[in-house]
Design a protein around this ligand. Structure first.
Ligand SMILES: Cc1ncc(COP(=O)(O)O)c(C=O)c1O
Length: 509
């Protein structure tokens, strides 16, 4: 038999140990009109209360109002005793939920307000929609994440072989900063890159560079401390600095100047509270590689204002056109620098989660900060030990990545293809990337009337089943850019760019 309002009312009264008189007394105390006869009619099932009385009963019995009213997902409710029917709320799912809990109003758990301004749209709402499409059987071409393995970039055999051999020796935690062999190999790499004042103690391994970015920002920033981060950026930097309580101040990278950091803009934005500057070189999302002159100007500003330098160099081996990557830390022996790199990109093993950071230069000035880093590093015990065990193998000997970045190599040829193909689409302009595997084209927003780049990404996804990340996902202020990961083979890129061109031939927002 169908449960009635009276059944639910009695259930709720029993649960709280309330008699009719208790509710009548409470009503009088709260200035609500509830007579004896009304109450007994509700309990006997002769009639149901009006909206205000229903609310009073739900509140005082601590049950969900929709559940008590019997508002079903279709919005049906029993007729109240007055002329006005109980309001029908969007009750569907809520009703089902409260029915499961016998009408008790469940506590709602909200995320921390610290996350309010945190953004990570590389895996945001558009990517969520792509996942929903895939779950319902629609294939989506994912050009949103720099994950080499799904596109056929395989880990060198030697790395797999060496990890297998060492696996049984990697069952325990390592030292917090990492295995000796891994750190030694990283130290030698740092020497080759010319990083000054690096000892074994200066090297920390992490579960990817991602973990270390978070760690560094948490150790550094007090509420309101400022940090200069590029726009566009790899958004984890802004996200972690914000989460740590810092105030992120974005400096512009200039598309008209090969996407190099705009030094005047940096100078304008330094204040008394600026603690550090972040550079991403080679850059994600623009694919820019910074020449010595630009790095020198950044060092000059950092020196003048005594800023710490964080340099994310995870793409340092993915540099094309015969160019050379320069570590900014090698130019600043008198400043405190933290340089980040890892094996996710240059060694195509993003899933193993191997990253590291190297402290260099003036470590005396950062003694207390280093204590903070050590504390946080100790607290996470250590990074993945099997992954650390192959750092030495990966960093030494033949570097398979070199074959990808020269003419005839996959990354090089795919870069040339995507660049030329994008240039051929009316309404798109683009700077040719020199490094990494991303390209950051510009849309003619007037032509396409684009005001919201997330909507653009979503429309493209729904129409052509291609997932890209919109520029605002990289803390870029205008709705006029998007990023493509050009890791897929040329045949697939060709199809994708064909579809993009077709989409843009009629797209207007
Ligand atoms: C610039 C940059 N830094 C850091 C990372 C994080 O890399 P991981 O955590 O895999 O080492 C990425 C990943 O895409 C990146 O593009």
């Amino acid at each position: 038999m169908k449960e009635t309002f009276a059944d639910r009312l009695k259930q709720s009264m029993d649960r709280r140990g309330f008699k009719q008189v208790d509710l009548i007394r409470l009503a009088a105390e709260q200035g609500v009109k509830l007579g004896k006869s009304h109450m007994s009619q509700y309990v006997s099932g002769k009639t149901v209360p009006r909206t205000e009385l229903l609310r009073f009963l739900a509140e005082n019995l601590q049950v969900d109002e929709d559940w008590l009213a019997g508002r079903t997902p279709e919005g049906e409710a029993e007729e109240p005793d007055g002329t006005r029917p109980a309001e029908v709320l969007s009750a569907g799912e809520k009703f089902q939920e409260t029915e499961k809990t016998g009408g008790i109003k469940m506590r709602e758990f909200k995320k921390s307000s610290k996350l309010n301004d945190v953004l990570y749209d590389v895996r945001g709402p558009v990517a969520d929609e792509a996942m929903r499409m895939e779950e319902s059987g629609t294939q989506v071409l994912k050009l949103n994440i720099g994950n080499p393995a799904p596109f056929g970039f395989r880990t060198p055999d030697e790395v797999i072989y060496d990890m297998r051999r060492q696996l049984v020796d990697c069952e325990g935690y390592s030292e917090a900063k990492g295995l000796f062999s891994a750190r030694k190999a990283i130290m030698q790499y740092a020497q080759l890159k010319g990083l000054p004042n690096v000892s074994m103690d200066s090297i920390y391994t992490g579960n990817g560079v991602s973990e270390l970015i978070n760690l560094c920002m948490s150790a550094l920033l007090d509420d309101g401390d400022e940090i200069l981060i590029p726009s566009p950026d790899y958004p984890l930097w802004t996200a972690c600095a914000t989460l740590a309580g810092g105030k992120v101040v974005h400096y512009i990278c200039d598309e008209q100047a090969e996407w190099y950091p705009d030094i005047d803009d940096i100078r304008k934005k330094v204040t008394d509270r600026t603690k550090a500057i972040v550079i991403i070189n080679p850059n994600n999302p623009t694919g820019a590689l910074y020449p010595r002159e630009i790095l020198q100007q950044i060092v000059d500003v950092a020196r003048e204002h005594q800023l710490m330098i964080f340099s994310d160099e995870i793409y340092d081996r993915l540099v094309m056109d015969g160019e050379e990557h320069i570590s900014i830390a090698s130019m600043a022996p008198d400043l405190f620098c933290v340089t980040f790199s890892g094996l996710s990109k240059s060694h195509m093993i993003a899933g193993f989660r191997v990253g590291w950071m190297i402290l260099s230069g003036n470590k005396d000035s950062a003694k207390d900060y280093i204590e903070g880093l050590n504390m946080l590093s100790n607290m996470r015990l250590c990074s993945n030990v099997p992954a650390q065990s192959i750092v030495q193998t990966a960093l030494g000997g033949h570097q398979s990545v070199k074959d990808y970045i020269v003419p005839g190599g996959r990354i090089y040829e795919q870069r040339d293809f995507i660049y030329n193909a994008l240039c051929d689409i009316p309404g798109i302009s683009v700077v040719k990337p020199k490094a990494a595997f991303y390209i950051f084209p510009k849309l003619d927003v007037k032509k396409f009337n684009i005001v919201n780049d997330e909507k653009f990404a979503l429309d493209l996804l729904k129409s052509k089943r291609i997932l890209i990340t919109q520029g605002s996902g990289f803390n870029w202020g205008q709705p006029d850019h998007f990023r493509i990961v050009y890791l897929p083979r040329i045949e697939i890129l060709k199809e994708a760019v064909g579809k993009l061109g077709d989409f843009l031939s009629h797209y207007r927002q």
